[in-house]
Design a protein around this ligand. Structure first.
Ligand SMILES: [Mg+2]
Length: 283
């Protein structure tokens, strides 16, 4: 839909813009399935409401999910590493430094992968630790570790702003030590489920959400921002939107966080996502 059509469509009311985490929020934690949220996703897309993925997933992984759902929209990769905006999506100039490649305007906020890798290699050599990540392991081994099929691992391994290490090769104490060293490189590590993820120290989802919201505001006029997440890496995302929504983790608990106006939605992952969309947007 053209930007002006969107404005007409919402008849002067603010245009809702939905920023959503993927793993454990829009998608089920282990199967990565979106069957439980599919109907709500379709309702959102049918209404021309922008649905913006904001995830630790890579560009290829997010493009794959968009293709399966049959839509194109901007998305935020690798926990805020970059914002990808399909070239003709906005009819306004983008006032933030960006480059244009492969059909996208790309606003880069994170540290490029080559630099992250170099730091990992330096620290590994200095500390003599078995720090192994996507850049070191053969595809078959990553498949075994993650339980994912080779094409899915291939998409996950195409990292641009972060590296995933496999923490099972190192102890918690050693990871602490690594963490100390990462600071010297302007990087930080975050332990998340299966991985120890290394990215730029100032990279987070919130900054990316704020920038993209500003572009939406310029293109659409008034907007209302919604954010959905399930974990601690969503705190910056949820802090950057007007309507923050937290869905339940698989054990039915909510991640602990203190965000004004936070709606804690009943429902694990995509089930909570669907319920929240219906409740907040009345669709
Ligand atoms: Mg998540």
């Amino acid at each position: 839909m053209a930007n002006s059509d969107i404005r007409t469509h919402f008849a002067g009311r603010p245009v809702p813009v939905i920023f959503s985490d993927l793993d454990g929020t829009l998608l089920e934690t282990h199967s990565y399935s979106f069957e439980s949220s599919r109907l709500a996703i379709q309702s959102v897309l049918r209404r021309g409401i922008p649905l913006i993925f904001c995830s630790s997933k890579t560009r290829l992984e997010q493009e794959f999910i968009q293709r399966r759902l049959g839509f194109r929209a901007p998305f935020i990769t690798e926990n805020g590493g970059a914002i990808y905006i399909p070239q003709n999506f906005f009819e306004v100039e983008i006032d933030f430094p960006h480059r244009t490649a492969s059909g996208y305007h790309i606003i880069e906020l994170g540290v490029p992968y080559a630099e992250v890798r170099q730091a990992v290699v330096d620290i590994r050599n200095r500390l003599g630790l078995k720090l192994l990540g996507y850049g070191d392991l053969p595809l078959t081994e990553i498949c075994m570790m993650t339980g994912l099929e080779p094409p899915a691992v291939g998409r996950a391994a195409r990292r641009e702003y972060s590296e995933s290490l496999h923490p099972r090769f190192v102890t918690a104490e050693e990871l602490n030590l690594v963490q100390q060293h990462l600071k010297e490189y302007g990087l930080r590590g975050t332990l998340r489920e299966r991985f120890f993820i290394i990215s730029g120290a100032n990279t987070d989802k919130g900054r990316a959400v704020a920038i993209l919201s500003e572009i939406f505001r310029k293109a659409y006029g008034r907007i209302t921002t919604y954010g959905l997440g399930d974990g601690s890496n969503d705190i910056p995302l949820l802090s950057a939107v007007e309507h923050p929504i937290l869905v339940q983790k698989p054990d039915k608990s909510w991640e602990s966080m203190n965000i004004p106006g936070l709606l804690r939605m009943e429902g694990v992952g995509p089930i909570g996502w669907e319920a929240a969309i219906r409740k907040k947007l009345g669709i």
